[in-house]
Design a protein around this ligand. Sequence first.
Ligand code: T4K
Length: 390
Amino acid sequence: MKAIRSQNDLAINGAAPAFAEPLHVGKPNVANRDEFMRYAGDILDRGFLTNNGPLVRELEAAIADYHAVKHCVAMCNGTIALEIAIRALGLKGEVIVPSFTFIATAHALHWQEIVPVFADIDPESHLLDPDAVRAMITPKTTGIIAVHLWGRTSATGELMALAREFGLKLIFDAAHAFGCSYQGEKIGRFGECEVLSFHATKFFNTFEGGAVLTNNDELAEAMRLMRNFGFAGMDKVIHPGTNGKMSEISAAMGLANLISLEDLISHNKRNHEIYQEELSDLDGINLLPYDDKESNNYQYIVLLVEDGFPLSRDELIKTLHAENILARRYFWPGCHKMKPYSELYPHAGLLLSVTEDVADKVMVLPTGMSVKEEHIRLIASVIRVCSRTS
Ligand code: T4K
């Protein structure tokens, strides 16, 4: 690593990059390699590789316990988990979602011939704005999918009240919110259900994976059937279904990662604090805070590059990439501007001014186990030099 002191030291001006190797957003956290290898050996010895094996059941119990919820139904990924939850709840017609989210939230609906109706977000929290949701409700609306974006929990109480008032089903896409809380209570029990992703790039990963958390016994039972083709025993199919099963090797990764969960949270929290220390005095750069009264996993370092900064968000990303700092602009440009939605609903943006504004300013910086204090100080020094660009 080299120190960056001035504009002349930037790779974009011909100097060597700050980092010899690329520093990624989303580099997987692999905390317990030996434990994982031990689990992998046990799987091979047992010869039981998938279909609701012992490790999947152990992982489900541990995750349900961690979130203080009755059921954790493990799945092969977060998208299939969303699709199965949507189907098990009988959603149809129109469902209200944010556009400022990963495309899977909208696709999980469209894939099942349900219309995703995009509602705007709150400019401070980046989360679905309950007033905007209310304005989008029509006689065809059957549900709401709110996203706990960045691991910061949605306006859960207000959305639950709205869902009750209009008789709608409420799902939380909690792909980013493993272990996070709303008003002091861990996610998992709010709405009809909450859907986690354990993708490699997530705070808690099982290579690929996901789960639905719920206190609803019937819903959990329906989803267990649906993830296994509707089988209720040998040769006995009682429900339409698909293949949403998690494999044993994924569960092994999850169990190994659970051991170090608290260390990972502390590490991410410390990283967030160092970014805050380093960047707080820069005009036009705002680091999205986490509410320390809640449980957080601090997995995203989200910067808003505002008008007071001399470079645009995209110029700053270009400069960081030249230094091998692979910052990302999640979830630009918003689902409504991607196909098929941009063609199906070309005017959706008229009611999404906050989404479009936020999507143009947000960038995400590297964190996680592989990112150390000295990395952050150097990343910050690049941003500081950029802040002096005239
Ligand atoms: N709902 C929400 C709100 C979500 O954010 C997501 C997923 C879902 C639902 C659906 O859950 P899943 O079906 O995915 O379980 C990633 C993930 O693919 C996706 O899971 C995630 N959200 C989304 C926010 O981010 P990309 O576009 O960032 O992936 P990619 O391949 O560009 O990887 C990012 C960086 O991570 C790369 O620069 C390299 C690094 N990386 C990645 C992988 C896969 C590694 O170092 N190792 C790896 O194995 O989508």
